[in-house]
Ligand binder design. Sequence first.
Ligand SMILES: *[C@@H]1O[C@H](CO)[C@@H](O)[C@H](O)[C@H]1NC(C)=O
Length: 287
Amino acid sequence: MVKSLCLVLLTFVPLLWFARESDGMPDPARRDLLMREEVSRQTGGLLTLTAAEQKLDTCLHRLKEQEMAATLFPPAEHFFKAKLLIEKSPIYKLLQKMPKGAALHVHSSSLVSAEWLVKNVTYRPHCYICFTWDNSVRFLFSNRQPFPRWDCFYWQLLESLRARIEDNAGFDNSLIQHLTLFTEDPDGEYPNQDVVWEKFEKAFIAAAGLITHAPILRDYIYQGLEELHKDNIMYLELRSGLSRTYELDGTIHDKVWTLKMFQEVTSKFKQNHPEFFGARIIISVHR
Ligand SMILES: *[C@@H]1O[C@H](CO)[C@@H](O)[C@H](O)[C@H]1NC(C)=O
């Protein structure tokens, strides 16, 4: 009883005092002080900017205001529409150049851009393609005509196919579409979660034929590090299930081979870019 009376007094007496002092209105000066105190407790809140940093800060602030005033504000758009705006954004270009610590959650099967896979990897010799009945594609590197599989009856050498096709740029774009979710009309093409998940899975299955070819995986990892380095990323943690890889003649390498290769490629990359800290693999499973 005494205890709860104390509590009531402790709660109400200061409140009454505060109400009397400000006639029920919060004191704007106190509010200001509180806000400033809170800001000072944020990360870097006690840091004083140098003159050059202040200049950059002002410039960044101006750029932000410009982007917020534009008719199309990227954060308010669907990502597929915003992506083009982001790529053109001066703020994004500035952030790209700034040094970053680490990329801590990158999946090995989506480490490198689909553009590189199509424009570089699928142009290499011995690359076969097959169009599946469910509107997907499979790739396979082989030194002879691959055997039909349950999902793939007819393998065509990409080099010969491209020689017969007139619109190669259009064809390459259609391949890129198979490897990404990107579309001009996301709402129409992906009416629900199931549809988009299915396309997502198919894209990885399609890319697997390219990425699990041993010599490609070697270049792929290097290219991935290169692309991250261009964004000034210093360290990578790569999630990977460590897939087995194959050679042109069908020889299979085990997971240990992949791990060793990763180590080799990373140290070669570090030799060429001594400021890069390094990379690690986090073994993960498909979920
Ligand atoms: C493809 O990538 C490799 C590196 O992995 C590079 O040496 C080669 O020049 C690239 N080829 C083309 C056509 O871009």
